[in-house]
Design a protein around this ligand. Structure first.
Ligand SMILES: [Mn+2]
Length: 312
């Protein structure tokens, strides 16, 4: 990857010590079943981010001034189990440093590791899963770390809420909690799903966002596009409400499968990421000029269960 800092932000905002936000790129595409290319997702996302305005009109903020540290990519691993393990360790490492940890995939199997780390760190975790697909298979094509299994563990070990679902296997019915599932065909005709979904969340929320949740008319560049998806403003309105009402502890965005002839999906992904950060840090005081002395980060409401003495 050529990008030295996230979105080309000045070095002073990109150093780990000062950054409140950490971004872990995971260019992994080992288990995709149809169109390959999610491994190119982080690079396309970062390139689009560099060409994006860093002032957000809606929140009247420049969230990058909270500091965003871009980690080296995790992804030169072949076996999905090794990748999931590496993502789990990396995520945990930065949660322990009291950072707001975000990841960009890669295919959805990366979230198995991400969710495990967040679930170990935070009490009563809700996983908000925004996706066209249920991803509730216990194993697929011989692995429990396949993208089709992304939230199976979360369905057992967290308060899993699924939004935007419009494709699943009949066997997933036995795993799915229908009270906590919001199907796209219902959402299209009744907007009470927003309040209903938020009411079912605990305070600590981790968001795993599969970009194929969006309608393919606004996001075609994804491995398995499904008709009948979410649109831009309804998605932002929902996310904004989640960030305002809940303690979002981190998020990942997955399944960007870039297309050389159409950069609009890359750009949408870049804007989505930046919007989510802007909502998270809305009302935060931003220090316009950093001095070099490291201040203990205390803004995050992220009281983790991790023991400070644990070494990683
Ligand atoms: Mn999906």
């Amino acid at each position: 990857m050529n990008t030295k800092t996230y979105a080309g932000i000045p070095e002073q905002y990109a150093k780990l010590e000062q950054a409140k936000i950490v971004l872990i790129p995971v260019p992994y595409d080992g288990t995709s079943t149809w169109q390959k290319g999610a491994d190119k997702g982080p690079e396309a996302f970062l390139e689009a981010s560099e060409n994006m305005e860093l002032y957000d009109i809606e929140t009247d903020s420049e969230v990058y001034k909270n500091g965003i540290y871009l980690t080296p990519p995790v992804g030169a691993l072949v076996k999905p189990e090794d990748m999931v393990n590496a993502v789990h360790q990396e995520t945990k490492k930065y949660i322990k440093k009291n950072k707001f940890v975000t990841l960009f995939g890669g295919e959805h199997s990366i979230s198995i590791g991400t969710i495990k780390a967040f679930n170990e760190a935070f009490d009563n975790l809700t996983v908000l899963h925004i996706d066209a697909h249920a991803d509730l298979r216990q194993s697929y094509e011989g692995s429990t770390c396949n993208h089709a299994c992304a939230v199976y563990d979360a369905s057992l070990n967290t308060n899993l809420i699924q939004v935007g679902i419009r494709s699943m296997d009949i066997q997933e019915k036995s795993v799915m909690d229908y009270d906590k599932t919001y199907f796209a065909h219902d959402m299209a005709v009744d907007d009470t799903w927003v309040d209903s979904a938020i009411e079912q969340m605990t305070d600590n929320v981790f968001i795993t966002f599969d970009l194929d949740a969006f309608d393919p008319s606004i996001l075609p560049s994804t491995g398995t596009p499904e008709p009948g998806g979410l649109f831009w403003y309804e998605t932002l309105d929902f996310l904004k409400q989640v960030f305002v009402e809940k303690n979002v502890v981190g998020f990942d965005i997955v399944e960007l499968c870039p297309n050389d002839n159409d950069k609009s999906s890359d750009f949408l992904a870049a804007k989505l990421y930046y919007k989510m950060l802007s909502y998270k840090f809305y009302n935060e005081e931003i220090e316009d000029s950093y001095d070099d002395t490291y201040k203990e980060p205390n803004r995050l409401n992220n009281h983790t269960k991790f023991n400070d003495e644990d070494e990683y």
